[in-house]
Every structure is written in C-alpha cells, then in structure tokens.
Design a protein around this ligand. Structure first.
Ligand code: ATP
Length: 202
C-alpha cells in the first residue's frame, strides 16, 4: 500500500518548524511528499486566525515546495477536527498512514479522541523535541527502520533521526504581537500574508 505521511496541525500560522519537519520525514521515509492537514476546528484549543486565513497560509507555503501537499479534508468536514477520522478517511482510500508527532506531544496524544483506535489505524513517526524523550506508546511496536513501515499496515512507531527546530506558533504569534520582526521564523510568502492581513497584532 502507498505510504501517506501526515503532519496535522492548527498551523496558526504555519512556520519553518513545520516545513522542516515535513521535509525531514519525507527524506527519512524516502517519500515523494508529506501532507499537511489543517485542523480547521481543533477540539482542545482555539485558534487566533480564522480557518480560512490558516488555510491560505498553508497554500502559500506549500506552493513553493513540490514535496509538501496540503489537505482541506478537515476544513470540509463538519464538526470538530478529530485526527482519527482523518486517518481513517485516508486508510479507506487504501493508503498506509504515518502520523507525524513531536515528542513533546506524546503525553497529550494519549488523551486524544479515540486514542485506542490509533494503533490499528496508522503508524507514528516521532521527532525528538528535547527535553521530551521519544517513548514507545502502548499498542505500538518500534519500527527498526523506515522500510518496516511499508511491510506492516499499522501499529509501528518510527523514531525520526532529525530533531525539531526550536520554533512554535505560540512564539511566532507572541513575537508579532510585540511588534518584532518574525520573518526568520516563517516562509517569506507567509510573512507577507500576515503583514498584509494584519494578523496576530494583538
Ligand atoms: P502552538 O504553539 O500554537 O501550539 P505549534 O507550533 O506547536 O503551535 P501546531 O500547529 O499545533 O504548531 O503543530 C502541528 C504539529 O506540528 C504538531 O504535531 C507539532 O508537534 C508539530 N510541530 C510544531 N512545531 C514544530 C517544530 N518546530 N518542528 C517539528 N514539528 C513541529
């Protein structure tokens, strides 16, 4: 089955950390592309920018990199954006899903909607975000190498070798609200969009 690596996020806004993560996993897994899925209506938080602005910023960032695809599945779906529904939708198309996560998100991940369904629905690719360690989650086995993800349908955890960049959307928003120059943390097209639309000014 074809492998589909997915980085889901609020992307409020999409920043260089997300793009770096997508490129790193793409290279480590030997894929043509990684798909960024916009969490249009995130269940456990609110977003600062509208779903339409966040989607537009994703479109702009992805237009510059043939190895980054974007999906508006959760934008088009009604109700809260539950990742498991998205994973099951891609699986229903006959794809093997690799869900990308930062190690800092592993604890929160266990509280996600229908957490117990994930090991039967996808693999995980976890990027280290020090100081949080990459740990194996109940229900998942460890992938010895990237090729293992193609041999088995679901239930493996792959430790990405590339660490995450020290950037977060929270930091980007705070920097813009203070009136600082956040251009180094964003794709230039996204930075232009934010300035044109006056987003995150506080
Ligand atoms: P916020 O600061 O608003 O919580 P965020 O920067 O963590 O946002 P999200 O859109 O919530 O971004 O994250 C989407 C996904 O991207 C998550 O799985 C998260 O772990 C991952 N991610 C966020 N920042 C980075 C980064 N610097 N490097 C790699 N992955 C990242």
């Amino acid at each position: 089955m074809a492998l589909r690596a997915i980085l889901g996020g609020t992307f409020d806004p999409v920043h260089i950390g997300h793009l770096h993560a997508a490129r790193a996993v793409r290279r480590e897994l030997g894929l043509d592309s990684v798909t960024l899925v916009l969490s249009a209506r995130p269940p456990h938080r609110s977003a600062s920018a509208s779903a339409e602005d966040r989607w537009r910023m994703l479109e702009l960032a992805a237009a510059e990199d043939a190895g980054i695809e974007i999906s508006d599945l959760e934008l088009r779906r009604r109700g809260l954006s539950y990742s498991i529904d998205t994973i099951e939708a891609f699986r229903a198309r006959g794809e093997t899903v690799v869900w990308i996560l930062g190690s800092d998100g592993l604890d929160a991940f266990r509280a996600w909607h229908r957490y117990e369904a994930f090991a039967a629905a996808c693999h995980l690719a976890v990027m280290a975000r020090p100081p949080a360690a990459v740990t194996i989650l109940p229900g998942f086995g460890e992938a010895g190498d990237a090729a293992a993800l193609a041999r088995q349908d679901t239930g493996l955890l792959f430790r990405a070798r590339t660490p995450m960049l020290d950037v977060s959307a929270t930091r980007v928003r705070a920097s813009i609200a203070r009136g600082d120059d956040a251009s180094g943390l964003l794709a230039p097209v996204v930075w232009d969009y934010i300035r044109r639309r006056g987003l995150y000014r506080g």
